[in-house]
Ligand binder design. Structure first.
Ligand code: MG
Length: 161
């Protein structure tokens, strides 16, 4: 069995007047902030897509879904994730598991983690017990700590029988 591992990272700015969507879950920020970006700016799903693409050396989401392309304006990132999984499967690869970390001071993400895992598992075509989602604050440090943005990290493990 051949194995491949990939990692992904992303960060988006927190701004007023934008939705806050993480792994397809719409959240309410106490200061009314959301994530800036060309698509729906779902930073967690973006990091995951980069991990999947990276595992197969297929570049990054900017290559597959260019930010200037009107087709991806306000795009549902879970739909983009489905397209990435088509690329993975077309090449004969299957997914073993993924593990994600989202770095945000607010809002409290714990009540939403299970829904995030379910949303991602459904699009990835694997059971939720193979989708790890963890949330942490940055203890007030750096750009995420100052709530200038929300960042996310992901790893994905793929196999080919
Ligand atoms: Mg992004």
């Amino acid at each position: 069995m051949d194995l491949r591992i990939g990692q992904g990272y992303d960060i988006h700015r927190l701004v007023a007047g934008r939705p806050l969507i993480l792994a397809g879950v719409s959240l309410t920020h106490p200061a009314g902030l959301g994530l800036d970006g060309h698509s729906d700016a779902d930073v967690l799903t973006h990091a995951l897509m980069d991990a999947l693409l990276g595992a197969l050396s297929l570049g990054d989401i900017g290559k597959h879904f260019p930010p200037g392309d009107p087709r991806w304006k306000d795009a549902d990132s879970l739909r983009l994730l489905e397209q990435v999984m088509v690329l993975v499967r077309q090449r004969g690869w299957g997914l073993i598991n993924v593990d994600l970390v989202v770095v945000a001071e607010r809002p409290k993400l714990r009540p939403h983690i299970e829904q995030m895992r379910e949303n991602l598992a459904q699009r990835l075509g694997i059971p939720p017990d193979r989708v790890g989602v963890k949330a942490t604050t940055n203890e007030g440090l750096g750009p995420t700590g100052r709530e200038e943005g929300i960042a996310a990290y992901a790893v994905a493990l793929l196999h080919q029988p």
